[in-house]
Design a protein around this ligand. Structure first.
Ligand SMILES: Nc1ncnc2c1ncn2[C@@H]1O[C@H](COP(=O)(O)OP(=O)(O)OP(=O)(O)O)[C@@H](O)[C@H]1O
Ligand SMILES: [Mg+2]
Length: 307
């Protein structure tokens, strides 16, 4: 039933719980089970500024995210994780490359087309919640629909509210809610329009461990039971272990791609990456190339260099 409530329009998206299927051998990494593509970046480049002062936030990223999969993105501060999320979600422009979503290159859309795409297809959960302080939890949750002039699907609203444990808090304003409750409101808001993809940028960054576990369990449940596609940035190896796949970023590039990440494997990998980066800096090497070479010898199970 949840299937139908969730998204009658997503052919083959929702309801595809459980592991799939064949490994197609295309841009998906070996060992990462293949599902139809939710969104794909091809040679994605993002510079901030120009000339000598330019920051190269994304240096030619190639990545395919499968439908109905939960992917974690990890890596040091400033490595380009948020930039990747913002460009994929159409919140920020690109410098080069393509982003293929639903068979079309969204880097070619104009502002109005992007706004509609975001409104209909994309949910974004911000680290800082970004709730509107003068509105109640309920008004915040349905805000994307209000802005679009649409009415909420009541059954879907109720299911989100009950699953996220927000029923008793609907009439409260954000400053009357705990951090975990605010983040759960932000999650409900991201899901209320039944987006094809949910992007979550450190959704547990401001939460205590209990609230974090609640939020992560809900995201995992929405992937497992409802076939939602979730892409989540996190600094926390335990949070990453809720995902089906974890990607590690360094200096604007993907340096590792791990299937079924355990917290231990990801911790090891991040330490390894940080030590490698330190060594590369001390010896004056470029970060990206050094990182990729090291990954070929990494002990972490299932590790793949990519990008
Ligand atoms: N609007 C901007 N103008 C200029 N530079 C920016 C802008 N946004 C990000 N950057 C730079 O781009 C690089 C990547 O930033 P990004 O926010 O993607 O990193 P991140 O991996 O999300 O880091 P964190 O873990 O700290 O959130 C950084 O060097 C950052 O300073
Ligand atoms: Mg960030």
């Amino acid at each position: 039933m949840a299937d139908r409530i969730l998204n009658p329009t997503h052919a083959g998206g929702y309801g595809q719980a459980g592991p799939a299927l064949v490994d197609s051998g295309d841009l998906a990494s070996p060992g990462i089970p293949h599902t139809p593509t939710a969104i794909e970046a091809i040679d994605l480049v993002k510079d901030y500024g120009r000339g000598d002062g330019a920051v190269h936030a994304l240096r030619g990223v190639n990545i395919r995210f499968g439908k109905g999969r939960f992917t974690a993105i990890m890596g040091p501060s400033g490595s380009g994780k948020s930039t990747l999320m913002h460009t994929l979600a159409g919140l920020d422009g690109t410098t080069g490359g393509r982003i293929i979503f639903d068979g079309a290159d969204i880097t070619r859309l104009n502002d109005r087309q992007l706004t509609l795409l975001r409104r209909r297809q994309i949910g974004f959960i911000f680290q800082s919640f970004n709730l509107l302080p003068m509105f109640t939890a309920e008004q915040n949750i349905i805000m994307p629909l209000t802005l679009a002039g649409n009415k909420p699907d009541r059954a879907w609203f109720d299911m989100l509210v009950d699953t996220l444990g927000l029923r008793e808090r609907l009439g409260h304003r954000p400053n009357e809610l705990s951090g975990g409750q605010q983040q759960r409101v932000a999650i409900a808001r991201a899901l209320i329009s039944k987006p094809s993809i949910v992007f979550a940028d450190e959704p547990t960054g401001n939460l205590d461990s209990l609230s974090s576990a609640e939020v992560l369990s809900f995201l995992k449940q929405s992937v497992r039971e409802l076939g939602q596609t979730v892409i989540m940035v996190t600094h926390d190896a335990v949070a990453a272990s809720y995902a089906d796949r974890a990607i590690v970023f360094a200096d604007g590039r993907i340096v590792a791609d791990q299937a079924d990440p355990s917290a231990e494997a990801m911790s090891q990998l991040l330490v390894h990456e940080a030590e490698g980066a330190g060594n590369a800096l001390r010896s004056g090497q470029a970060l990206g190339a050094g990182s990729r070479t090291r990954h070929a010898q990494s002990p972490a199970h299932g590790l793949r260099a990519q990008g």
